[in-house]
Ligand binder design. Structure first.
Ligand SMILES: N[C@@H](CCC(=O)N[C@@H](CS)C(=O)NCC(=O)O)C(=O)O
Length: 332
């Protein structure tokens, strides 16, 4: 009910202003920059660095799309959103795309009217506790106080997990990850629960990460990916295939280092089509022939982005796991 009033209001406002409804692609091109919804800050995924530049695995999706569409990976306005505000930001048009560790769920896809264009990280929900509590399994958490971010899938998963194991808990609802981190470290809750990748990213910023344990139980499936507004098909195609181009580039051995020359030196027709030296795939999505080459040059292929931002050689230390290439037993 609330939702239809909200969308009704937007429609009336649009009609009153006499908008000729331009497509999102046209809007982005006319504006000369991409408005990309990200988190308020999660190291490795999306956070400003010391010089204020947004960096991270989700940020790379924004930059790749800007490179493909605008020829400039820096032409992005990053809009920080919380678990609560992210969907309004997308629905209202404040952002063109949301690239914010957002789980593809039934109700977000259908009831909230969004279109998830793919998955850039297959995740699941976990628990982190201070090592000194001596807890080794989530099944030992009966009666715990749990820090949990509002507006996220993690609230319902948590309730389901505790009730199905006949355990009780006391939620400590929190708006942002920074606040959750602060509350957890201050002892306002015994446990912090969120996506396992988010736990690893948060723990990596602690003074002593080894004093905190991520428990072995993963209680949900959280396929995280970028989303656009439902019905925004042309734009959705661009975001989807930019992400897929990064994934294909890894499979084909195309990297940020070789993308400048491999399109002409290779005999592999798939690489030639991807990089636009054969055929014209770009025209099918309203872009030029070099769209994918620019995206790969800007952020590297999927594996480079994973390794550089969140992989095992970073403080976050995530293994590829489910996010390995299909040929290596993963889902990509
Ligand atoms: N994947 C879940 C949870 C996403 C989420 O909001 N995670 C938190 C904890 S890792 C986060 O990114 N916070 C960053 C922020 O507060 O801006 C969802 O889509 O609801």
């Amino acid at each position: 009910m609330k939702k239809s009033v909200f969308f009704g209001t937007l429609a009336v406002a649009g009609a009153a202003a006499g908008f000729a409804s331009a497509t999102t692609l046209e809007d982005v091109q006319a504006r000369g920059s991409l408005n990309c919804g990200v988190t308020t800050g999660l190291t490795g995924f999306a956070a400003p660095d010391a010089s204020g530049e947004w960096q991270g695995f989700d940020v790379a999706v924004c930059r790749a799309v800007a490179a493909a569409v605008l020829g400039d990976a820096t032409a992005v306005t990053f809009v920080p959103t919380t678990g609560q505000t992210r969907f309004t930001a997308l629905a209202s048009g404040e952002v063109d795309v949301l690239a914010r560790n957002t789980t593809w769920t039934f109700s977000r896809d259908t009831d909230l009217s969004f279109e998830f264009v793919g998955v850039n990280y297959y995740d699941g929900q976990g628990f982190m506790v201070p090592r000194e509590l001596g807890v080794s399994s989530a099944l030992e958490l009966d009666g715990a106080t749990v820090c949990i971010q509002t507006g996220t899938t993690t609230e319902l998963n948590l309730a389901d997990f505790f009730s199905s194991n006949n355990m009780s808990y006391e939620p400590v609802p929190i708006e942002t990850n920074a606040e959750a981190q602060q509350q957890y470290l201050a002892g306002a809750c015994d446990v912090y629960t969120t996506d396992a990748s988010g736990l690893a990213a948060t723990r990596a910023t602690f003074e002593d990460p080894s004093a905190h344990v991520i428990l072995p139980e993963i209680i949900s499936k959280e396929p995280l990916g970028p989303l656009v507004r439902h019905g925004d098909h042309e734009w959705g195609d661009i975001v989807r295939w930019t992400l897929n181009a990064l994934i294909s580039a890894e499979e084909l051995g195309v990297t940020s280092a070789n993308v400048g020359e491999i399109g002409t030196s290779t005999q592999n027709p798939e690489i030639m089509r991807l990089l636009g030296t054969e055929g014209d795939l770009g025209a099918m999505i309203g872009l030029d022939a070099d769209w994918a080459a620019r995206a790969i040059a800007a952020v590297g292929n999927y594996g480079e982005g994973f390794g550089g931002n969140i992989g095992e050689s970073t403080p976050i230390g995530l293994a590829r796991g489910l996010n390995a290439r299909r040929a290596e037993g993963g889902l990509l």
